[in-house]
Design a binder for this molecule. Structure first.
Ligand SMILES: [Zn+2]
Length: 573
């Protein structure tokens, strides 16, 4: 036992030390040429993923800060998209790492000219380019673009990543010696405690509030009393750096029970293929129901993240009535500031043990097995690896209310269980009239009232699609074309810098549903229209390619079900 504990502690320390030597320190310079302030840290808990980089704040809250290459190398990839990374640049360096700069407002002029040329060649706004090594060599400190707010970004900032070039696994960029002033210890907001029965099912969970004692020290006023013999914990915490009010993610948590290490994790490297295991790392129910992120300190069975250093009992704590156990959980930021909550846990046999409340279900899904649930009119298949723990699956059939639905409503539960993989929903579509078959889709009735088009493939008389959310599904049809409205347009646009339009549709596309596709032409020639996904705005910049005179504009927008809108307008320049 002692040997094991020593061994585990050594692994943790060695691993941290090993990381320190693994990355070139001080080789990279700041992409903003100043010490940066962060609005997001590596590994921060986000919806369905861990944050893969640092979010670097703009100097004055606006777009435009010049962005510089962090090290010598060459531009290996350029991406433009309406969501996600927006305008993004990748630079491959000779030391085995690739740096990524996302949400850029602009690329440097020579890169921008190349991108535009390729967009016209392929007649598409959304593009993913991998230029030759010789095309855009970069020197350290060379400006490569400007900070912006493009893609899935809600305020000007630089999303900055450093990846291993060989497999594109993102690394915590703070390992490369960037200076972030931070003398403040993380704030521990809450703990959650899980009680288990003998067969390992959670019988009870509750959020408990530690009290702040002094800098870096938290405790509970009285011992935590529990009825179970097996318990584990989760921690909700954030970190603030100096000179900024942003509540950012923490770096690591270490748990000890009676001074023996029992569990730890550190956010050093998270492969993209595993980022969705975030939903196993956190308490997904707390996220869905309370919008709170707790780090679980006992990994769920189906969690395959490579970030854990598990020691004695992997964070599970065994209690007996006679002996209280001393628990400490230390939350650290990257600079080594630590907050620790220390407390006693005791088993109180006089408390009534909670019975596991497993809701009515047809199948108790296991993480490593395929699960199938059928009811008249529906069959749902979850592949192996869909769940992180035993999950009680059920489908309730609610007769159609006739309001545009062509099947009953199928309420799949539990809606607050995370699903890792796309799973297959097959709904009988016999009620869909032959003339509307192409317009039918699988609709998700979201708790907000929104109806999402999750895609559709006919297999015989069944409509089928793949989704990753447990919710209520039904068959609906879409015969309504998207809308195109003018935002910035006039019959005479002489001297104007741009024209802009808004596109929208009656249903939002999610999962396997396809987003709107669009194209625009002037006088029969394809023109570049950039799309901002957040505002659904199409913009064409007048860059001198269109000559003064009279022109004919055509914009075509098509939705997932093939409904098409065409806007035709003439204008003079
Ligand atoms: Zn980011």
């Amino acid at each position: 036992m002692k040997f094991y504990v020593f061994f585990m502690l050594s692994i943790l320390l060695m691993s941290m030390a090993e990381h320190a030597g693994k990355y070139p320190d001080r080789e990279f310079n700041s992409p903003v040429n100043r010490d940066f302030k962060l609005s997001g840290t590596f590994g921060e808990l986000r919806t369905n993923h861990f944050h893969a980089g640092l979010d670097i704040k703009s100097e004055n809250g606006m777009s435009g800060d010049p962005i510089y290459a962090t090290h010598e190398g060459f531009v290996s990839r350029i991406r433009v998209e309406e969501f996600g990374y927006g305008n993004a640049l990748y630079i491959e360096h000779p030391n085995g790492f690739t740096s990524v700069y996302a949400h850029l407002d602009k690329f440097s002029p020579e890169i921008a000219a190349y991108v535009k040329q390729e967009q016209y060649k392929a007649e598409t706004f959304k593009i993913d380019l991998t230029p030759d090594k010789e095309k855009f060599p970069v020197a350290p400190h060379q400006q490569i673009g400007n900070m912006g707010n493009t893609g899935y970004s809600f305020g000007p900032h630089l999303h900055f990543e450093i990846r291993h070039t060989k497999d594109q696994t993102p690394v915590n960029p703070l390992h490369f010696g960037f200076n972030v002033a931070d003398k403040r210890a993380p704030v521990i907001q809450q703990l959650i405690v899980y009680e288990y029965n003998e067969s390992g099912r959670v019988t009870n969970s509750k959020v408990i509030q530690p009290t702040y004692q002094s800098t870096g020290q938290y405790t509970f006023e009285a011992p935590v009393e529990l009825s179970s013999s097996k318990v584990s914990f989760g921690v909700r915490a954030y970190d603030m750096q100096d000179g900024a009010t942003n509540q950012n993610g923490i770096y690591s948590i270490q748990c000890k029970v009676d001074d023996d290490p029992s569990f730890a994790f550190a956010l050093d490297e998270i492969p993209f293929e595993q980022a969705r295991y975030l939903n196993a790392h956190i308490d997904y129910r707390q996220k869905i129901n309370e919008n709170r992120f707790f780090h679980r300190c006992h990994p769920l069975e189906g969690n395959k993240l490579p970030i854990y250093y598990t020691g004695v009992d992997k964070g599970m704590i065994y209690l007996n009535a006679e002996q209280p156990r001393n628990v400490s959980m230390s939350v650290a930021d990257f600079n080594g500031n630590v907050s620790t909550v220390t407390f006693e846990v005791v088993r109180d046999m006089s408390l009534l043990p909670k019975m596991p409340s497993i809701p009515l279900h047809q199948t108790l899904a296991e993480p490593e097995q395929v699960s199938i649930v059928s009811k008249p009119g529906i069959q749902v298949v979850w592949p192996k690896g869909s769940f992180y723990e035993k999950t009680p699956l059920n489908i309730e059939v609610i007769p159609s209310d006739g309001l545009g639905c062509f099947s009953p409503h199928f309420a799949i539960t539990p809606t607050d269980a995370p699903v890792h993989n796309y799973y297959e929903i097959n709904i009988e579509g016999l009620a869909v009239p032959a003339a509307l078959r192409d317009k039918a889709f699988i609709a998700r009735c979201e708790p907000s009232g929104n109806i999402a088009n999750c895609g559709a493939t006919w297999i015989g008389n069944n409509l089928s699609t793949g989704v990753r959310v447990i919710s209520t599904y039904t068959i609906m049809v879409d015969t309504i074309a998207p809308k195109i409205s003018t935002l910035h347009f006039g019959p005479k646009m002489t001297g104007w810098k741009r024209m802009a339009f808004k596109i929208s549709d009656n249903f939002s596309a999610k999962d396997r549903g396809r987003d709107l596709i669009y194209d625009a032409w002037v006088d029969g020639q394809w023109i570049l229209m950039s799309l901002d996904g957040k505002s659904s705005t199409l913009t064409h910049e007048f860059d001198g390619q269109l000559l003064p005179g009279e022109h004919q504009l055509v914009i075509k927008v098509t939705d997932d079900r093939g409904n098409e809108s065409v806007l035709e307008k003439s204008f003079t320049l």
